[in-house]
Design a protein around this ligand. Structure first.
Ligand code: TYD
Length: 205
């Protein structure tokens, strides 16, 4: 990659602890004096806000329409946030990226290879992708104390499919982490691996 910056992605199903771990990593990188910045998908841009709004009305979009909106949001995030930050030599900590699209929209039956290819055409390649792994039921129990049982049952079987797709991502850039460990242990593994990758980046050493 010609960019000077570094792109670190944190992925996982709902309730895996992404937000906590994203914040923890950012705090530690900044404490080290590194120029760390935070972004998320769905983003805070117009498409991301539209996705958040539509998420309240379950079933209002077909999987293909959903995919289209996540793609529009990602294009905007890449152009407005990710590319400028990478060019400026920042360390980006990104909460969800196109692996979420492959997993969540793939679990709704869309072709995973097609989703991957359409993203690889324009989305910068991450240096590291952490996948926080937890069973769907456990993840849901962490976040959804008050929801109705039948809604949860449907969500759980969907998230079990999403999880299986996340678990299928293998390769040098992917780090699968057991998210049932204590927050501190998960945070330490994420931080150690990030520092190792940063130490090998010529622009950061
Ligand atoms: P997120 O904001 O991470 O969840 P939360 O509101 O719990 O903080 O993501 C919102 C939902 O969007 C989440 O269930 C995952 C889903 N999602 C997709 O289905 N496809 C995608 O491409 C992305 C980025 C998220």
């Amino acid at each position: 990659m010609s960019d000077k910056g570094v792109l670190i992605v944190i992925e996982g199903i709902d309730g895996a602890g992404k937000s906590t771990q994203t914040k923890s990593l950012l705090r530690k990188l900044r404490a080290k004096g590194l120029p760390a910045v935070y972004f998320r998908e769905p983003s805070r841009g117009k498409w991301g806000r539209e996705l958040k709004r539509l998420a309240q009305q379950a079933g209002s979009l077909t999987p293909e329409q959903e995919l289209e909106l996540f793609q529009k949001d990602r294009r905007e995030n890449v152009e407005k946030n990710l590319r400028p930050a990478l060019a400026a030599g920042k360390v980006i900590v990104l909460d969800r990226y196109f692996f979420s699209t492959i997993a969540y929209q793939g679990a709704k039956g869309l072709d995973r290879d097609r989703i991957r290819r359409m993203n690889e055409r324009f989305a910068p390649k991450p240096d590291l992708v952490f996948i926080l792994d937890i069973r769907a039921g456990e993840g849901l129990a962490r976040i959804s104390g008050r929801r109705k049982k039948d809604v949860l049952f449907e969500r759980e079987s969907y998230l079990a499919k999403v999880r299986r797709i996340f678990l299928s991502f293998r390769g040098a850039r992917f780090v699968q982490i057991d998210a049932r460990q204590s927050r501190r242990d998960v945070a330490r593994q994420i931080y150690d691996k990030t520092m190792l990758v940063l130490s090998k980046k010529p622009s950061c050493s």
